[in-house]
Each structure stands twice: as structure tokens, then as C-alpha cells.
Design a protein around this ligand. Structure first.
Ligand SMILES: Nc1ncnc2c1ncn2[C@@H]1O[C@H](COP(=O)(O)OP(=O)(O)OP(=O)(O)O)[C@@H](O)[C@H]1O
Ligand SMILES: [Mg+2]
Length: 232
């Protein structure tokens, strides 16, 4: 479903050149929840940004559903961003003055859907994350965990096959973090959505289907789950 091959990316030039990704290979299957870990500054967000079509790689290739890209400039990846990937961020990125429903519907309208269809899909997505009864609530009337669920609804609305989540539980208490992870698992296992999630929390990572460790520009381990303590 998602296959990344020999992906390379550095920043700057000459003496200040910094090689960040030095040949990343990874795969995420349909319905799989994969946790991406690694020290601060190792390139996790850079990798997600390239997979999400926000940044071009220096070399390498990515296959995601019908999309083939990698070194393409972000301006040529509009379709990928509209239909290929959904994003979930640590700080939710919701619009404060819009209701939960409008936050989700707006994203669909921006991707080209006509407004009544967008609203209908947004409603389905909010139901899916268990917020059907909160659609008129604005972000400041929702708990942190509920806000994150609105953001997840926004990410899955429009049937995107891959969710990219950059430290999605970073601003949540332990319970809401666990619930977010459970929701990801449900979406993966029931709807065959794939999730690639950056986390610094080994307990959450141990609950993923698989863990990838990024270190020194490479994927250092692709199945180290057994090495961690797990209560799963
Ligand atoms: N646009 C840029 N220009 C120059 N350097 C950059 C740029 N973006 C990222 N970097 C550098 O690339 C390296 C990797 O950054 P990245 O944000 O991907 O790390 P990360 O693994 O997500 O870290 P964290 O866990 O702290 O979020 C860092 O050293 C960073 O300074
Ligand atoms: Mg980061």
C-alpha cells in the first residue's frame, strides 16, 4: 500500500549541508498501524512531510495507492494531498470559530467537493469517530481528546487510504492518548486505513501493529516490538 524505497533528503549546501534521510526503505500494509520512533532531529517529520507530498526528496521513490512520487515538487502533488493522505497533528490544527462539522466539511470543500456532499461526508466521519452528537460544538467547547477526534475525522473524510500522524498524542493526557490509539486501531482494522504515527511514547508505540526505529538516517529496526515491554 505504502512503499518507500531508498529515500534521501538533506538540507543546505557546502559545509553546512546536513544529510537527514540517507536511504529509507519501509512498507506499510493496508490496515496496518505503524509507529515511527527515533531521537529528536533524526528526520521523522521530514519523512512524513515527503510521504505527505509537502516536501520533495533528493532521491528515492514512494508508491501509495495509485500515486507514484518522491522527488516531485509539492506543487505537482495536489491530488496526492487531496485524496491520498490525511494529516493528524499534535496541536490539532482546527479552526477555532468553526463547528466540528464545519472543520471537517471545509477540508472536503477545499479538496473540491460541493458543500452539501461535503457536509454529508463530514457527518459520516464525525459519527465514525464517535462525535456524532458534537457536530455543532466549536473546538473550545470540546475536550482535548475530542478535538483530536475531530482532527482524525477530518483526516479520514473523503476515504483517504493513509493517515500521517506527527506526535498525535503529544498534547493529550494519558487516557485520551490511549483512546486516540484505540481509534487508530479501529480505523485500521475495520476500515483498512493505514496509519503511520510518530510517537516518543514507547508504551503507545508498543500497542501499534509494528514499530519502526529511525536512526542515523536509516530505518534501524523494523520489528523491534518484542524488545519492548508491552501490556497488549
Ligand atoms: N527546512 C529545513 N531546513 C534546514 N534544516 C531542516 C529543515 N527541516 C528540518 N531540518 C533539519 O533536519 C533534521 C530533522 O528534522 P525533523 O523535524 O525531521 O526531526 P524529527 O525527527 O521530527 O525531530 P522531533 O522528534 O524533535 O520532532 C533536523 O536537524 C532539522 O534541523
Ligand atoms: Mg518532528
Amino acid at each position: 500500500m505504502l512503499r518507500v524505497e531508498d529515500l534521501r533528503k538533506g538540507f543546505g549546501s557546502g559545509a553546512t549541508r546536513l544529510e537527514v534521510l540517507e536511504g529509507i526503505d519501509l512498507e506499510v500494509k493496508p490496515g496496518e498501524l505503524v509507529a515511527l520512533m527515533g531521537p529528536s532531529g533524526c528526520g521523522k517529520s521530514t519523512l512524513l512531510n515527503i510521504i505527505g507530498g509537502l516536501l520533495e526528496a533528493d532521491a528515492g521513490s514512494i508508491d501509495l495507492a495509485e500515486f507514484h512520487f518522491g522527488m516531485d515538487h509539492p506543487r505537482n502533488l495536489v491530488e496526492l494531498r487531496r485524496h491520498g493522505v490525511g494529516w493528524v497533528f499534535q496541536d490539532f490544527h482546527l479552526l477555532d470559530h468553526l463547528s466540528a462539522l464545519d472543520n471537517v466539511a471545509l477540508a472536503l470543500e477545499l479538496s473540491g467537493l460541493e458543500s452539501s456532499a461535503a457536509e454529508e461526508e463530514a457527518r459520516t466521519a464525525l459519527d465514525r469517530v464517535g462525535l456524532g452528537d458534537r457536530e455543532t460544538f466549536k473546538p473550545d467547547e470540546l475536550s482535548g481528546g475530542q478535538r483530536q477526534r475531530v482532527a482524525i475525522a477530518r483526516a479520514i473524510a473523503g476515504s483517504r487510504p493513509l493517515l500521517l500522524a506527527d506526535e498525535p498524542t503529544g498534547n493529550l493526557d494519558i487516557k485520551s492518548g490511549k483512546e486516540t490509539l484505540e481509534l487508530f486501531k479501529e480505523l485500521c482494522h475495520e476500515d483498512a486505513i493505514s496509519v503511520l504515527m510518530v510517537t516518543h511514547d514507547p508504551v503507545l508505540a508498543s500497542k501499534a501493529d509494528r514499530m519502526l526505529l529511525l536512526r542515523d538516517g536509516k530505518v534501524a529496526a523494523s520489528d523491534i516490538k518484542e524488545a519492548w515491554w508491552s501490556e497488549a
